[in-house]
Ligand binder design. Structure first.
Ligand code: SF4
Length: 461
């Protein structure tokens, strides 16, 4: 595409403006060296998926920087234990790099497990462990025997792919727990919620809907996660997968191994939350038609409650322009729909890890002129925000400073958010945040946007 700022040649095929030429976006590729990708490493990918398991110990085998980089990386609130919020590391030094870190890892496990009494331990391999070739699996096997709890290796050497590969590694680690409890009774009308990380209490909002519908939630992977619940999760009737980029690998494996079907859903926005609940109710229709009746009642009640306030936000936001850049592409579909409901035009949208199918759907949903980007970087995104004159950026922690420097509103839809944005209540919270940020009077002091935002009768000079 043509922009005032020339793109790196290697990046040209990962950027497209709807309506300009044939759509054939390059994606699912390694990041271009020197392009300053927003993507994180394999270790970080596995860490964000496993982190919310609150009664497990998370031991980072590597140099201390990897541990501090991911310490308390997401909100992921817990209704009970908070062991996940402590960050443990073997703190490998030069001596360990030369002589190997296996003994130090075994020693750390022997010391830490009796002290903190976790229900399981996840041991993450980082870059340096891959380089020196520690046999982490063997150390974990021995520790499992000696300590009497699952000590699970997470083969997440940072250089070994992208963040997305970290999701697969995390699913592999979770799969070693799934299927290890065949005793605890589980209802026929039951599900697991996959890909919900309870960043700001969303898992509780969604779990409450299912309770009201009469559906048992066996396990949430991994928000407010518990080892014992994961162990019996293979006996649920259905897997309901959100954030499909991260947990689909586990859903696939559970389908193959235990015959549990799965559906993909989103809990963002009135349309998608309602559809998610109806899809689950539809699955149990034959076994228990009352689930559908209760779901209809729930949706009617919740939509009726938030609709009038959503209409008020729409009045204020009509005609504003937004840019979106998030980790997984699935979230972009819901965000496009919610913003449309609020009268906001999406002028740029992209993701770190979308695949061909995701982008084809995304392109079909966008208006002409919308810029679609894969694996973008701050320089490119800043340029598009300026060229398209966006009023608001929706992204994660890495996009926040960029948005504020450009003088546009920002809504955190990622790790660091403190307000639940899922479910009906979350949709209303989202509208409130978007409105507060995009319409904040502070932007009148932004030199770039001063003219645009000048208030009647005011002089910005
Ligand atoms: S695993 Fe490697 S890339 Fe990831 S934080 Fe550690 S050193 Fe950096």
């Amino acid at each position: 595409m043509t922009t005032a700022m020339p793109l790196l040649k290697e990046r040209e095929k990962q950027v497209y403006e709807k309506g300009k030429g044939e759509f054939n976006l390059k994606c699912d590729a390694k990041s271009t060296a020197g392009a300053v990708s927003q993507r994180a490493c394999v270790f970080c990918g596995s860490r964000v998926v496993l982190y919310p398991v609150a009664d497990a110990m998370h031991l980072v085998h590597g140099s201390i920087g990897c541990a501090s980089y991911t310490w308390d990386i997401r909100g992921s609130v817990s209704s009970g234990p908070e062991l996940h919020r402590l960050c443990f590391s073997t703190d490998l030094r030069e001596h360990d790099v030369i002589h190997g870190g296996e003994k130090k890892l075994a020693r750390s496990l022997r010391e830490l497990v009796p002290l903190h009494k976790p229900r399981a331990v996840f041991v993450y391999s980082t870059c340096i462990v891959g380089v020196i070739g520690d046999d982490v699996e063997a150390v974990c096997r021995k520790a499992t025997e000696d300590l009497g709890i699952p000590v699970i290796p997470v083969q997440s050497e940072g250089f070994n792919g992208t963040k997305k590969d970290g999701y697969k590694v995390a699913c592999k680690a979770l799969a070693t727990l799934v299927g290890t409890d065949n005793e605890t009774p589980v209802s026929d009308i039951s599900i697991n919620i996959l890909g919900e990380f309870n960043l700001a209490g969303e898992a509780w909002v969604i779990e409450d809907y299912y309770k009201r519908m009469g559906v048992e939630v066996v396990s949430i992977l991994t928000g407010d996660g518990r080892v014992d619940k994961i162990r019996k999760s293979h006996r649920a009737a259905l897997n309901v997968v959100q954030c499909s980029g991260s947990l689909t690998y586990l859903a696939e494996e559970m389908k193959e191994k235990y015959g549990i079907p799965y559906i993909r859903v989103s809990y963002f926005g009135i349309e998608d939350v309602s559809k998610a609940l109806y899809d689950v109710a539809g699955f149990f229709q034959e076994k228990n038609p009352e689930v559908m009746e209760r779901t209809m009642e729930l949706v009617r009640e919740e939509v009726g409650r938030i609709q009038p306030q959503m209409a008020q936000y729409r009045e204020k936001l009509e005609g504003k322009k937004a840019a979106i850049y998030v980790g997984g592409a699935f979230k972009t579909f819901s965000l496009l729909k919610i913003l449309r409901t609020l009268g906001v035009d999406v002028v740029m949208v992209g993701s770190q890890t979308g695949n061909k199918k995701d982008y084809e759907l995304l392109e079909s949903m966008c208006d002409p002129g919308t810029v679609i980007v894969d694996d973008s970087n701050p320089m490119e995104m800043s340029q598009f925000v300026i060229e398209k004159d966006a009023d608001l950026f929706i992204g994660g922690v890495k996009e926040r400073p960029m948005a504020f420097k450009l003088g546009v509103g920002f809504c955190d839809h990622n790790h660091e958010r403190k307000t639940a944005l899922a479910g009906f209540e979350g949709t209303l919270n989202f509208a409130k945040e978007v409105s507060a940020s995009a319409l904040s009077p502070v932007w009148r002091f932004s030199p770039r946007r001063a003219g645009k935002l000048r208030f009647e009768g005011e002089n910005n000079e």
